[in-house]
Design a protein around this ligand. Structure first.
Ligand SMILES: C[S@@+](CC[C@H](N)C(=O)[O-])C[C@H]1O[C@@H](n2cnc3c(N)ncnc32)[C@H](O)[C@@H]1O
Ligand code: SF4
Ligand code: SF4
Length: 336
């Protein structure tokens, strides 16, 4: 996935602007869906802290604007104005459920020149609507059509769980029908509201899932006039492609800000480092024991003999953390 690799040298901020959302998906890790909404001035302050961190680290940045549903956020476009002023140093993407993107919104998004827009889809109509809510399958398609009309680079995100992992081919078909640029997928993490729903893939399901994505990817490579790619640059996916291994960057060149200003390494690794309404992002980044530990790139004992360990470092760390509550384990889906 070439465009994701361009981001590797940037310091990525995953910014959950608020918990507001128009859906209530079965698998979602959000805990209460209560509209915790910081004031614009507080969000601006967080943005300025991120700029300071970039300056101190002498790095360029990329912000993934997410939520909740970013398009339910009253301050979204004011935040995009801020980013536009710094567009030489900071790029951005929007991660959305796609259901609110009409023509006007798509045009407005385009005017801010996003790096890409990511829209979520969970399978064919039946299973997608079971997970995301009735009628969402059609609304997502309308959103995607509007984005593509504006020539916005559009990516579909598929979150694989027990109920939908074998529906990946249907997602690829949909992506091709609507001329989506890219499809990517990662595994469901048992967290928050959905933790006790028994949705996480088992070892056997993980191996089948990785095979399914790879088969779809190989099929697309032989198709003529195809613009849709399938990226396989997530934990363990290199085991199918022989490409280089993905290494988690959480705490190193990725930080996440939650709806209430809490700073965590990643939304899927919710270890609170501090709160940006009181603390400073750069100081937390430098001083936090957890972040420093993540940056030492420690390899789990079970992976010490693996030839891929320098890059892979145990696979999907957030899944390991969710299951074992510590990071010193091999990815439960690994076959090595
Ligand atoms: C939290 S949503 C926010 C953006 C937008 N509302 C959406 O649905 O795309 C971002 C992504 O996280 C995924 N996600 C939600 N809960 C998850 C979980 N428990 N494990 C892994 N991914 C999850 C969603 O499927 C979506 O692709
Ligand atoms: S996955 Fe996205 S759309 Fe679904 S409930 Fe969570 S935040 Fe809302
Ligand atoms: S053994 Fe560990 S480092 Fe090697 S591929 Fe599996 S999870 Fe990654």
């Amino acid at each position: 996935m070439w465009w994701w690799r361009l981001l590797v040298k940037r310091f990525v901020l995953q910014w959950h602007l608020s918990e507001n959302c128009n859906l209530k998906c079965l698998h979602c890790y959000q805990e209460n869906h209560k509209p915790i909404q910081l004031k614009y001035e507080q969000l601006e302050n967080i943005y300025n802290q991120y700029k300071k961190l970039l300056k101190k680290l002498k790095m360029k940045g990329h912000i993934n604007i997410t939520g909740g549903e970013p398009l339910c956020n009253p301050h979204l476009f004011k935040i995009l104005e801020l980013i536009k002023e710094d567009s030489e140093n900071i790029t951005f993407s929007i991660l959305t459920n796609g259901t609110l993107i009409n023509e006007e919104i798509a045009k407005k998004i385009k005017s801010y020149n996003p790096y890409y827009v990511q829209v979520s889809l969970e399978g064919g109509k039946k299973i997608n609507d079971y997970i995301r809510g009735n009628g969402t399958y059609k609304k997502i398609a309308k959103g995607i059509v509007n984005l593509r009309k504006q020539d916005i680079f559009t990516s579909i995100s598929f979150t694989a769980n027990k109920l939908n992992y074998d529906e990946f081919p249907k997602v690829v078909k949909y992506a091709r029908k609507y001329r989506v640029n890219n499809v990517w997928s990662d595994r469901y993490i048992p967290l928050g509201d959905s933790e006790d729903k028994n949705l996480a893939l088992s070892y056997e399901e993980t191996r089948k899932y990785l095979n399914i994505i790879n088969n779809e990817r190989n099929k697309l490579m032989n198709k003529k006039y195809n613009i849709t790619t399938i990226s396989m640059y997530r934990a363990l996916q290199f085991q199918m492609t022989n490409d280089f291994a993905y290494g988690c960057t959480a705490g190193d060149t990725l930080l996440t800000v939650m709806e209430n200003g809490d700073l965590v390494p990643c939304r899927r690794m919710p270890i609170v480092i501090g709160n940006l309404l009181q603390d400073d992002m750069y100081s937390l980044y430098k001083k936090s024991k957890v972040l420093n530990e993540l940056r030492t790139k420690k390899i789990p004992d079970e992976c010490s003999k693996c030839e891929h360990s320098e890059m892979c470092r145990g696979g999907l760390k957030c899944l390991t953390y969710a299951i074992y509550k510590d990071l010193n384990h091999k990815d439960m889906g690994c076959n090595l």
